[in-house]
Design a protein around this ligand. Sequence first.
Ligand SMILES: *Cc1c(COP(=O)(O)O)cnc(C)c1O
Length: 237
Amino acid sequence: MAVENLQSPATPVEIAQRVTGLRAEIAATSSPLRLGKAAPVLVAVTKHVPEDAIRAALAAGQRVFGENRVQEAHAKWPALRQDFADVELHLIGPLQTNKVKQALALFDVIETLDRGKLAEALAREIAQNATRPPRLFVQVNTGEEAQKGGVAPADIDAFLALCRDRLGLGIEGLMCLPPADEEPALHFALLHEAARRNGLLGLSMGMSADYETALAFGASHVRIGTNIFGRRRTEGL
Ligand SMILES: *Cc1c(COP(=O)(O)O)cnc(C)c1O
């Protein structure tokens, strides 16, 4: 989909048009690499996006959203959820173990399970407080970048065994964030193969610049911010 005016925040009308357009586009895609039967899901990424813009997306029928910081989500979403009880909120940024309790209260899906300590903290919190278990994706550092979180590709199978067998965590899928300067298809292919090998149906991959490629590689969730909301007002925070 051609999107214009990405350099500034989008107007409510633009947001509604883009959400509608993207949902239609995603629904119309098919891929032989898709692992589950469900159609891919658009996760509208609202980090640094103000409430009025989020409300424009909600008014257009969008219900699945992603935030990358617990604190920011806590400031924005409880009020929005009062008006839209069927919202599904995904955490797509790093989670510190001391924020696990707050994250479980806020998010339906945690896409950034990226290390053993976090898996243990999640399992402990779920068991101790009989918290409704979140849906979980394991983040894979497909480019093995030092500054990024995620399990190394070579460790995926062992990490999944730890989560599933030893800690009793249900894992829905894998998530990745390819290096900015590399061909994303190679990373999507790696993630797809690891999910298939481990019997997982979820593949969260693809952002504004590369979601079409991700869909071709069987993405179950694409996480799109800029192509809906325009450039974030406080980029770089
Ligand atoms: C910001 C962000 C996105 C969305 O990126 P856009 O390029 O704005 O679509 C997707 N995934 C993660 C993990 C992000 O932090």
